[in-house]
Design a protein around this ligand. Structure first.
Ligand SMILES: *[C@@H]1O[C@H](CO)[C@@H](O)[C@H](O)[C@H]1NC(C)=O
Ligand SMILES: *[C@@H]1O[C@H](CO)[C@@H](O)[C@H](O)[C@H]1NC(C)=O
Length: 323
């Protein structure tokens, strides 16, 4: 029983075992090709010889098929080329290929068969990925005029890139506003993408302007940026308020000197008043100074004395008493 199974397995596996050494004698190996839209992309391939000897490999024909498709996109025999004219062999007896004017739609997996003087090589395979650069962004505002403290919606659009990237937002102080923005990515007819980021403010501050948007590709590498000065209307800024502000500034500028000079004057008046009081203690209603005043008026008449008395002690009673 066991021997029967062994015999069955040997019979089943034998074609594979015998076929393998001849197939692996030469193989073609290709690097993944990274192309840029509109440019020439080289698909680098080389032969791998698993045999001794220096015999050259001569390419006689080749076929490139998209994986999963039955018809080849490109094939050649000697110098005759058929199919997509953007493909061609890189050089004679070199399995590498060139693709001019690469497009995003060229991206994918390919199978490559080469016919040589050493036999047919069917194990060729390569991947093409095509990227495209995004255009310099254009910025705009949903509202023609934005009110300071009001709502605002700004756009930052960039197109012609691939694959999808992202857009970041910053204000004049470099504050990151990206969290307040929504990104929309649309595919164009040529498979390139259109990115539109909308930044929404519920209460905008005019001091945040101008705003800057940065376009990053799928690898988060900056591809472009733009700044935008929206038309923000500050209520009353152009007329009365700004003038009033100026006057207020003028006042505050002079407040300090006025206070200093004012207090100096008040201080000086106080000093003068106190000195005056020291010189004339007679102002107090006391008899002693009045006597000295009498002495002053000794040489004068009775009227002089009365005057001296009424002047120094000018109360109603005193005046009436003397009359
Ligand atoms: C940006 O895209 C938005 C949404 O598609 C559109 O409304 C706006 O007008 C575009 N702005 C510019 C400057 O193209
Ligand atoms: C800005 O914010 C976004 C979203 O949070 C983040 O991915 C990005 O790294 C930030 N950029 C900078 C320069 O801080």
């Amino acid at each position: 029983m066991a021997s029967a199974v062994l015999l069955f397995l040997t019979v089943m596996l034998s074609p594979v075992c015998f076929g393998a050494p001849t197939k692996s004698l030469i193989s073609v190996e290709c690097q993944p090709a990274f192309g840029v839209a509109g440019q020439i992309t080289k698909i680098s391939c080389s032969f791998k010889k698993n045999f001794e000897g220096n015999q050259d490999i001569i390419i006689t024909a080749g076929t490139v098929k998209r994986r999963g498709e039955t018809d080849p996109v490109f094939w050649f025999q000697k110098d005759v080329m058929k199919g997509d004219h953007r493909f061609k062999p890189a050089s004679k007896n070199d399995p590498s290929l060139l693709l001019t004017d690469a497009a995003v739609s060229d991206g994918g997996q390919y199978d490559y068969t080469v016919l040589t003087n050493r036999g047919i090589i069917e194990d060729g395979t390569f991947r093409i990925s095509v990227t495209a650069k995004y255009s310099k962004p254009t910025m705009s505002s949903l509202q023609k005029e934005v009110e300071d403290g009001g709502t605002a919606d700004f756009y930052c659009n960039s197109s012609g890139g691939y694959p999808a990237g992202t857009i970041h937002w910053f204000d004049s102080t470099n504050t990151n506003w990206t969290m307040s923005a929504t990104l929309e990515v649309r595919e164009r007819e040529d498979q390139l993408l259109e990115m539109s980021s909308k930044l929404t403010f519920t209460s905008i501050d005019s001091s945040w302007a101008p705003f800057r948007c940065v376009v990053l590709n799928s690898k988060f590498v900056k591809e472009g940026e733009e700044t935008f000065q929206p038309n923000i209307k500050v209520p009353g800024k152009s007329d009365s308020q700004s003038g009033g502000g100026g006057e207020f500034k003028l006042e505050t500028k002079y407040v300090a000197p006025i206070v200093v000079i004012g207090s100096l004057i008040v201080g000086l008046l106080l000093v003068l008043l106190l000195r005056g009081r020291c010189k004339h203690p007679a102002r107090r209603p006391s008899t002693v100074p009045i006597l000295s005043d009498f002495r002053d008026a000794e040489s004068g008449t009775a009227e002089d004395v009365t005057r001296a008395l009424t002047e120094k002690n000018p109360t109603k009673e005193a005046t009436e008493m003397m009359r």
